[in-house]
Structure formats: C-alpha cells, structure tokens
Ligand binder design. Structure first.
Ligand code: EPZ
Length: 419
C-alpha cells in the first residue's frame, strides 16, 4: 500500500516532459505478437500495466530487452505460445487485446476475462462478435475464453459503439485474415492512429485510423521496425489540472496539445491561460477558477472520460456550479465520495454530477479505488489546505510514471509512504 501525502497550498512552476502513452503502448505490445519481428519501441513508459503486458509477452515466448531511456526491444520471432495465465490476465483490462493478436499469430488463444479498473460492467461483447464474424470460434466458460480458428477471413464489421479495445482487437486479427476487413463505427482515439502506424511499419496495409472507418487488407511482412510512441494525453491532462487546482505556470512537452484539446478548452473557460505551440503547451492559473459550463464525456474527439475525474478535482473550488455528464462508463464517479471528505460539494444523479464550488477544501484521508480517481485525489489535495493522505493500493502507478517526482519537481509538497 502506498500512502501519498500532499500538503496543499504550493503553486506549481516549471516544465515537464510528459511520459509515453500507456494506452498507445499496451495495444502495440500485443501487436508485436501478430507477426514474427524485432521491434525497437521508444518512449515506453515504466508502468505497472506495461510491466504486466511485458510479462505476458515473455510468458508467450518473446524475448524482451530494456535499453536505456524508455527504449524496449521486443523480439517475437520465436514460436509463440497461445495461453495467457489467469494471474497475468487479471492485472488489467487491455490484456483482452491479446485475444486478437494470438488468433492472428497462432490461430488460437486461451485467456480469461480481463481485470482492470472497476468502472462498470465493461463487457467484451463487441470484441467477441467481431472476431466471430472473422471466423473465430470462441467458447466462454467460467470467465475463461477458449478461442480457435481454421483461418481468419476478412469481414465488414460495424461497431454499435466506438469501443477502443474492440477496434484494436479487430485491427490485430485482420492482419492475418484472408481478404479485406472494414471496421465501421471505429474508435478514433490517437492511440488507434499510433497502432495503425506500428502495424504499417510491420508491413500491414491499414488505412483510416483516426476516422470512423478503418480498412485492413493483408500484410507484406517486415522483420524489423523502430517506432516512437506518442506522449500520454491523459497524463498531460492530469498535470494541467494539477496546475489549474494549485495555481502557477507550467510548460508541458512531449505530447500533441491537439490530443487533449477538449481538456485545455475547459481549463481555458475556467480561467486558465493556455498557450500552445507545436508539441509544447503552457498552462497558467491563479488558482481562482470559475465553472466552465457543461462537460459531457464522449468518444474521441469529444471530452475524454479518463479526464472527467481530473477536471472535476480541479474545479472543486471554482466559482459557480459545473455540470458533468458521464456517458461512457456507468460507474465512473467513485472518486466523488472521497472528494467530499475534503469538503467538496458534489451532487450525483445517475450519470450527472453537479459540482458547486466551495470556498476552501481541507486535507483529509482518502482511498483511491481506480487509476484516474486516485490521480484526481492528488489534484484535489494540491488545492486543499493542510495535509491529505491518499491510500492507494497501487492504482496510480498503473498509469503514472514517477508522478510524485514530477509534481515535486514542479513545487508540490508531496511524498509517498510505503506501507
Ligand atoms: C480504453 O478502454 C482505455 N483503456 C480506457 O482508459 C478508456 O477509458 C476507454 O478506452 C474509453 O476511452 C486502454 O486503452 C487500455 P471501450 P476500453 O471498449 O477499450 C463499452 C485508463 O484510465 N463496451 O472504449 O476498455 C464499455 O463497457 C483507462 O487509462 C461494451 O459495451 O474502453 C464502456 O462502457 C480506463 N462492449 C464503453 O464501451 C464491448 O465489447 C467504452 O469501452 C466493449 C466496450
């Protein structure tokens, strides 16, 4: 158990290079299985979830080598196993992406239903329906998935919801399918675009990522690739919200501001000064904010659900009332009961949250129950008087690389007690 101690009141100043994207790295690690190749991946973040994905790859027979400065070599040229142990699956949600990768590489996959943040039911029906349409036989029994195919074939897939994971799973399976696959209603997140770039670097003919229609038709395999992963747009949003809550002026680099432009928009509406150029963005805040209007979470390019807890935390003292509607996950307000312990005034009604700004927040003991909710508690604590202790069973480290060091370097009074 980590206990994050935060003494609020310090403003944040300085610059920070944002870590590589967790949600770009995880599908690309699974994709490294699809074709036997040697991949040099740059800007790979050191995270618990990345370590879990690397453990799965090693278990399946890949050879991994960490070089310096976030460079990871993945050699998937050796024969590949097809079973992911339940213990390894349980760590995170994105392990479900190995289903498409293993069906493509081995023609079979044995894994269990994924773990990850408890944000709601998080079914995988869209994944299963799409892979079955491509010729996979999938038996579900007691939380285990037994998948096999006599050969995947291309298909016209329409997703009723632009699921990020389902889009990624189909892209990976389609690389080994006979004939073309078209995904309509595809997710448009930047992580889908970086997955397309990686698959293209391995010789796959993929087009359309970033739009709602993606086509994959065949592969002319290459044996080597060298890819740089994008910056993490949600970590960038976290640091921006931290500055908004604490006050100060910070410069973020290493991430495309366009990838979290909706978050920057609301911070600007709330009274922060935002200046962006190329892959650098400056956020300045007096710490005295105003409610920025209605926030509705949507699939990309809409406001990202992952930033909802973070922006909520930044607006707890904003003048007026902020209305938030969470449309992606049915249980993504788990941070609210903890933020109320700081003195926040948040009223919930189903998917709606009304955050009425309060004069002051006072430090308290909080418990993190998921990755972004835990980070939101840190953001809120930066704007609270006195000391806050966030009890965290490792959620934050699943997605944030050295968040404590980065915030301390910007002036936060923060330390972690390991219990
Ligand atoms: C990805 O999760 C991200 N995780 C999540 O980030 C992010 O919140 C989410 O996309 C939405 O943007 C990774 O990329 C590793 P979805 P994923 O499939 O793929 C429903 C973080 O904090 N759905 O787009 O699991 C589902 O229940 C994490 O970094 C189905 O109904 O998200 C949810 O309501 C949290 N059936 C909605 O779609 C399916 O088969 C979005 O899910 C699949 C999904």
């Amino acid at each position: 158990m980590d206990i994050w101690h935060v003494r609020g009141g310090n403003r944040l100043f300085g610059s920070c290079r944002v870590q590589g994207s967790k949600n770009a790295t995880l599908p690309i690690l699974a994709a490294s299985l699809v074709l036997p190749a040697r991949s040099r991946l740059r800007n790979v973040p050191q995270l618990k979830d990345v370590a879990a994905a690397k453990e799965i790859l090693t278990h399946l027979g890949c050879r991994l080598e960490d070089e310096t400065d976030g460079v990871l070599l993945v050699d998937s040229t050796a024969p590949c196993g097809a079973e992911v142990p339940r213990a390894l699956m349980g760590e995170m949600r994105s392990s479900v992406i190995f289903m498409g990768a293993l069906l493509a590489r081995c023609g079979e996959a044995k894994l269990s239903l994924p773990g990850g943040c408890q944000l709601g039911k998080r079914p995988i029906d869209l994944h299963l329906a799409a892979l079955r349409a491509m010729g996979a036989e999938i038996r579900e029994e007691g939380g285990d998935l037994d998948c096999r195919t006599d050969g995947l074939h291309g298909a016209d897939i329409t997703l009723r919801f632009p699921s990020v994971g389902a889009t990624e799973n189909v892209m990976l399976a389609a690389c080994a399918a006979k004939g073309a696959t078209r995904i309509r209603g595809a997710a448009r997140e930047p992580e889908i675009v970086s997955l397309q770039e990686y698959l293209r670097s391995l010789g796959a003919h993929v087009a359309g990522a970033g739009s709602d229609t993606i086509t994959i038709c065949g592969v002319e395999p290459r044996r080597e690739t060298d890819c740089t992963l994008p910056g993490d747009r949600i970590v960038a949003a976290t640091l921006a919200c931290a500055c908004a809550a604490a006050g100060g002026r910070i410069l973020l680099s290493g991430v495309d501001p366009a990838h979290f432009s909706t978050v920057l928009h609301f911070l600007n509406e709330a009274g922060c000064d935002i200046i962006q150029f190329n892959d650098v963005v400056e956020i300045a805040s007096s710490g005295a904010l105003r409610a920025p209007g209605r926030i509705v979470t949507e699939p990309y390019p809409g406001f990202p659900t992952d930033a909802q807890p973070l922006l909520m935390a930044a607006l707890l003292r904003a003048e007026g009332t902020t209305l938030i509607t969470e449309t992606i996950f049915e249980n993504r307000y788990r941070q609210v009961s903890e933020l109320r312990r700081l003195g926040a005034d948040i009223r919930l009604s189903g998917p709606e949250a009304a955050v009425r700004g309060v004069e002051r927040l006072r430090g308290a003991s909080l418990t993190a129950s998921d990755l972004r909710g835990g980070a939101a508690m840190i953001v809120a604590a930066l704007g609270a008087e006195g000391e806050t202790a966030v009890f965290d069973a490792g959620h934050i480290r699943r997605g944030y690389e050295h968040l404590d060091d980065r915030l301390c370097a910007l002036g936060a009074d923060l330390w972690i007690e390991h219990k």
